[in-house]
Design a protein. Structure first.
Lengths: 156, 185, 779
């Protein structure tokens, strides 16, 4: 099966029903995309297929065949994507395990809705769980990456 | 008039209603039978009367939290097809069918009476501009509608088969597409 | 890799050795360890094992190479609390190193590092001075070498920015030029080590301190447990017994082995009581990729016997626990005469509370990798306790510990689950059985069902007031199966050590106080979960004090302050207890300080404009745990559909002296999230000994919409000794939420999850709806 992954054409000999997650991790060795629940409940496995956010743990390889897949490793060559920079500036991560999925979902949001309201941010991000509780920083970092002013009414 | 008893999960066919002489009464009875499909959670759950799909036999709100979005298919970053594939996933339990999305709000069925559904289904302003013939075609052949009969992973299917459902709708149309007399809109 | 001299850090610091000859220590890193960020900060050490180099190595924590490159060890596990960003920089600041020339090496599990059990909110509070001393000792040796070369007094020199400066003459020498000479000097004895003023610890106290692993995390190169790559690695997924103690009766390998990619099916050993950290057993399917292993496991068609806990059900056990607290138990706290006080009381308030088992639900499901070769076992795991993991692997493989190496990866959340080595020794067992490196991957279902749950609990509280309205008596009973039951089957009643968490260390003004521990036999595997028994003790006490306020028409803040009493350091006699483990601290260093508890209450209510709360529904609670003091105010609002939402939260913590303030703030944010999850959705239940829940759809946690849009995190400025940060934010959150719900609705909910008990009001099952459309009239 042929597909483009992070700009490189790859040819994989795998079960067409294998979820994209395991092809990415086990066959291609790209471990930035994480396994969190295996049932599209947590969002840790979010990648882009033709620019759309999909949950790799439930997306069979047959859907990705012939398409362009972007993982967290391919979002930018060097961490320079506005979201990655905002994530670093605001020190969003705690354990970090969910953050690749958070960033990929946020990137799909900003690509279509470059100036989202807080309600639009929450609607897009509602499927991504962070057990460490970095939610307020995630929202703030998305706003920052979008060039929106910081929210009033929170603080240290 | 007593209809032939059927097992749970079984749909009667148009032939079972031939004994109803009055055409209007027969039409209404056919629609009530089709109502066993229309009002089943598998169908109602994606025809919500709000911005959130339902899940399960108790019409629980969809979890993870998702919303309708401007084109009834979610929002960027959290689209229906972010998780739902074009066929059911077995090991990972996620239901799927081609073009998974919500029925538009004007086609909301949740919380509506059978009479309301009947009138709504025929109203071009609320049925996507369809003729009755197109309604019959949609019921009989649409792939997303088909999902109701093969919902996958331990989910209860709607009664009968899609073919039987299509036949009931066709027979209902053929008898004048009459609606149950209910005063709730 | 050779080591010429191995001297433990503690020995070096205690000055037991005469001095330390040049120590070469192997620079071992975890496989494919991520690189840190470019720029001006420390870097995580990456790459394969390096050759031993000479240099300055006064203790196991610090190595200064001849070119000045300084390697500092992080010996505690990183699970989001920021130890990797904090500990090495604390040492570096004390040393006077330039952060850009620091590499951080994650320590393997080895007793030479001292305590590596990253548990109990103790990384800074227990090791603050010791860590600084490792940096200070190194600094003193470098300064001594420079002073000798310049023929000046060491006191006239200082170390900063990776060089030693002679202050009067401004002569400077970089560390690289001093390493050889310094390495020949004796390591300073502990008594002679001088620490800098805290104001000189500039980087670790920089409020904008970046995350060591930040770039790696946001670009996907950070290495967690399942990201470790080894040649010829196979993946194992285990079909696990559904209930603890249950075994397989039958299984079928034929269809499993027919799945392409599946290589073997291996039986895991069954555990024997008491469970300790033994894996539960089951059948492992081993394959060359995870998907094949998952498919193979699904084909096994295992029949399980129900096991000895098949009669355990949460509903009936709840009744058992409530019955237990309605009878007397073991008295562990006793002051005055509670019976007499209640007998002559004018008003008595009484309530019972119940908190179910709680699961960890950390984002990274359990996973571990192991390789068994040449009679040695090497393991890579996201473990909170690498020394225990090493012990367990050695036990399971019947080897000595020095044949076992445990590397620590990043942890995708721990919260106490990853202190238990069961998931590590499984990988070692399979690696030996299969003769190839093995990764054991737990599914989310495995993780939810085979957790070491927080104990399920019931409590009964009574308070008495005399005819002047004075608070005269407090009687507290608590029933739960303590963690000790995991290690000894006969343990069925909490001990004094268990009740220190929020029952015995609670400052109370009443002159008559009694606390009793009541029986709760074990049926599930119990373990530590972020703040542990404090969760339910704070829920009950925090709710009860609120109930006392409303019972008397008083302001809850005033009642809190009245119940706690005046500022005072409570002695054991005051508390009415025989001893207090006090989280391993002395009472001198970390007293039971009513003043500090009052202070956080006053501070948080001030921030929340408590006195001006008309029109708002606010709930207040406070708690002492891990020798810190935390107070929380929660605001709850309804929407048109009578659904409740937490719209704002304030959390104030007094953790004594803090470092890396941004990580303390992030722990407060995270504690709010975890407290909200616990309160709204918390609870796993069991039927016939099997956990009912399996994944995030029924073992729910807070999502972004559950989290208040406005939060205020506040750290009390303090020079007191450092106290816990990771856990103490959690306990007061749930009672504050329950109290806010009461303020809004008049409904008092005494059970978690709060969502279940709400009547006409209910929590949105769909948090992002907030003020928007109704749910279609289905209800």
């Amino acid at each position: 099966m042929k597909l483009h992954v992070n700009g490189i054409e790859r040819s994989l000999d795998v079960d067409p029903d294998m979820p994209l997650l395991w092809a990415i991790r086990d066959v291609l060795g790209l471990t930035g995309t994480k396994y969190g629940c295996g049932e599209a409940l947590c969002g840790a496995c979010t990648v882009h297929v033709d620019g759309h956010a999909v949950r790799a743990c439930v997306t069979p390889m047959r859907r990705a065949e012939g398409r362009t897949v972007t993982t967290i490793e391919g979002l930018s060559p060097d961490g320079s994507h506005a979201l990655q920079q905002a994530w670093l500036a605001l020190r969003v991560p705690q354990c970090g395990y969910c953050q690749a999925g958070q960033i990929m979902t946020a990137a799909a949001l900003l690509a279509k809705n470059p100036q989202p309201s807080n309600d639009a941010i929450d609607a897009a991000m509602a499927g991504n769980i962070c057990r460490c509780g970095t939610y307020s920083r995630i929202r703030a970092a998305i706003r920052k990456a979008a060039g929106l002013p910081p929210d009033e009414g929170s603080g240290q | 008039m007593v209809l032939r008893p059927v097992a749970p999960g079984e749909l009667r066919s148009p032939a079972d209603f031939q004994s109803i002489v009055d055409r209007g009464a027969r039409s209404r009875a056919l629609f009530a039978e089709a109502g066993g499909v229309l009002q089943h959670p598998r169908c109602v759950n994606c025809h919500p009367n709000g911005d959130v799909p339902h899940q399960g036999m108790q019409h629980t709100l969809h979890d993870p939290p998702v919303v309708r979005g401007p084109e009834n298919d979610g929002v960027p970053g959290n689209e229906c097809t972010t998780c739902h594939q074009n066929h059911n996933q077995q090991l990972t339990r996620v239901p799927g069918a081609p073009k998974w999305h919500l029925a538009p709000i004007e086609m909301a069925w949740a919380g509506k009476s059978l009479g309301y559904l009947c009138r709504q289904l025929q109203d071009p302003l609320r049925n996507g501009g369809r003729t009755l013939a197109q309604i019959v075609d949609h019921s009989t052949n649409d792939e997303l509608v088909a999902w109701g009969w093969s919902p996958g992973h331990e989910r209860e299917a709607v009664p009968g088969t899609q073919k039987q459902f299509g036949a009931l709708i066709a027979a209902w149309v053929e008898t004048g597409a009459q609606c149950p007399a209910e005063d709730k809109e | 890799m050779t080591e010429l001299v191995l001297m433990t850090r503690r020995e070096a610091l205690a000055g037991l050795g005469v001095g330390l000859a040049i120590g070469l220590f192997p620079l071992i890193g975890a496989a494919s360890e991520s690189s840190g960020q470019t720029g001006s900060g420390p870097q995580a050490a990456s790459g394969p094992e390096e050759q031993p180099s000479s240099g300055l190595n006064p203790n196991v924590m610090v190595h200064v190479a001849r070119n000045g490159q300084t390697t500092i060890v992080c010996h505690r596990s990183e699970m989001g609390q920021g130890v990797r960003s904090t500990i090495p920089l604390l040492i570096a600041d004390e040393l006077g190193a330039d952060p850009a020339r620091i590499r951080v090496r994650q320590a393997d599990g080895d007793a030479k590092y001292g305590d590596q059990n990253t548990d109990g909110s103790s990384s800074i509070r227990k090791f603050y001075e010791d860590l600084r001393r490792t940096g200070a000792a190194t600094r003193m040796m470098l300064i001594a070498a420079a002073a000798q070369r310049w023929h000046v007094k060491p006191e006239s020199c200082s170390a900063k920015n990776h060089e030693v400066v002679h202050l009067p003459s401004k002569r400077a020498l970089p560390f690289s030029e001093l390493v050889d000479a310094a390495a020949k000097l004796p390591v300073p004895k502990k008594e002679s080590i001088v620490l800098r003023p805290e104001s000189e610890l500039v980087h670790v106290n920089d409020p904008n301190l970046p995350l060591l692993d930040g770039l790696a995390i946001v670009t996907g190169s950070a290495v967690f447990g399942a990201d470790v790559k080894l040649p010829n690695l196979l993946i194992a997924v285990i079909a696990r017994p559904p209930a603890v103690g249950s075994k397989w009766l039958r299984y079928d390998t034929r269809r499993a082995l027919a799945v392409p990619g599946v290589k073997r099916v291996v039986e895991m050993p069954a555990p024997k009581l008491p469970w300790h950290f033994q894996p539960w057993g089951g059948i492992a399917v081993v394959a060359d990729n995870t998907w094949a292993a998952l498919r193979g496991r699904a084909e096994l068609d295992v029949t399980w016997d129900p096991g000895p806990n098949a009669s355990y059900g949460s509903a009936s056990f709840r009744d058992e626990l409530l019955a237990s607290v309605r009878a007397s138990g073991k008295v562990l706290r006793d002051v005055g005469d509670v019976e007499a006080a209640f007998a002559k009381a004018t008003k008595v308030v009484e309530a019972e509370y119940h908190v179910p088992h709680l699961a960890h639900l950390q984002m990274e499901p359990l996973v571990a990798c192991a390789r068994f070769e040449n009679n040695r076992c090497e393991v890579w795991a996201p473990t909170q306790n690498p020394q225990d993991a090493r012990k367990e692997v050695a036990r399971v493989l019947d080897m000595s510990e020095d044949q076992v190496t445990v590397h620590v990866t990043l942890l995708g959340g721990g919260f106490g689950r990853k202190s238990k080595a069961d998931f590590v020794s499984e990988a070692a067992f399979l690696a030996k059985a299969c003769g190839v490196p093995i990764r054991v991957q737990w599914t989310r279902e495995d993780d939810v069902r085979h957790d070491y749950y927080n104990a399920v609990n019931a409590q009964r509280l009574r308070a008495a007031f005399d005819e002047q309205g004075r608070f005269t008596a407090w009687h507290h009973r608590t029933a739960f199966t303590p963690i000790g039951s995991t290690f000894a089957v006969e343990v069925d009643t909490p001990t004094l050590n268990d009740l220190q968490q929020g029952v015995l260390d609670l400052a109370l003004a009443a002159p008559n106080v009694r606390a009793e521990a009541c029986r709760a036999p074990v049926h599930a595997r119990i373990g530590w979960y972020r703040s542990v028994y404090n969760i339910f003790h704070a829920f009950a006490v925090g709710s009860f004090i609120d109930e006392l306020a409303y019972a008397r028409g008083a302001d809850p803040r005033d009642t809190w302050l009245e119940v706690i009493g005046p500022p005072k350091l409570h002695s054991l006699a005051d508390l009415g207890i025989s001893k207090l483990p006090n989280y391993g601290e002395t009472l001198e260093r970390h007293p039971v300080d009513a003043g500090r508890l009052r202070h956080v209450i006053e501070r948080v209510t001030q921030a929340a404009r408590w006195s001006d709360r008309k029109g708002r529904a606010l709930g207040l609670a406070a708690h002492r745990s891990f020798v810190s003091y935390t107070a929380v105010v929660i605001s709850v609002v309804p929407d048109r559909a009578r659904r409740l939402r937490i719209d704002e939260a304030w959390i104030t913590m007094d953790a004594g002296t803090v470092v890396n303030r941004d990580r303390v703030h992030s722990q407060l944010e995270g504690s709010l999230a975890m407290g909200i999850s616990n309160a709204l959705y918390g609870g796993v239940t069991m039927t016939h000994g099997v956990t009912d829940q399996t994944n995030y759809h029924d073992a729910r946690v807070a999502r972004i919409g559950d989290f208040p849009r406005h939060i205020h995190t506040d750290i009390v400025p303090s020079t007191a000794p450092p106290s816990g940060v990771g856990e103490p934010g959690v306990p007061p959150v749930a009672p504050a939420i329950a109290n806010a719900i009461f303020a809004l609705t008049g409904q008092r909910i005494r059970e978690i999850p709060l969502a279940r008990a709400l009547g006409t009001y209910r929590l949105p099952t769909h948090p992002i709806l907030n003020q928007s459309t109704l749910d279609g009239g289905m209800r």
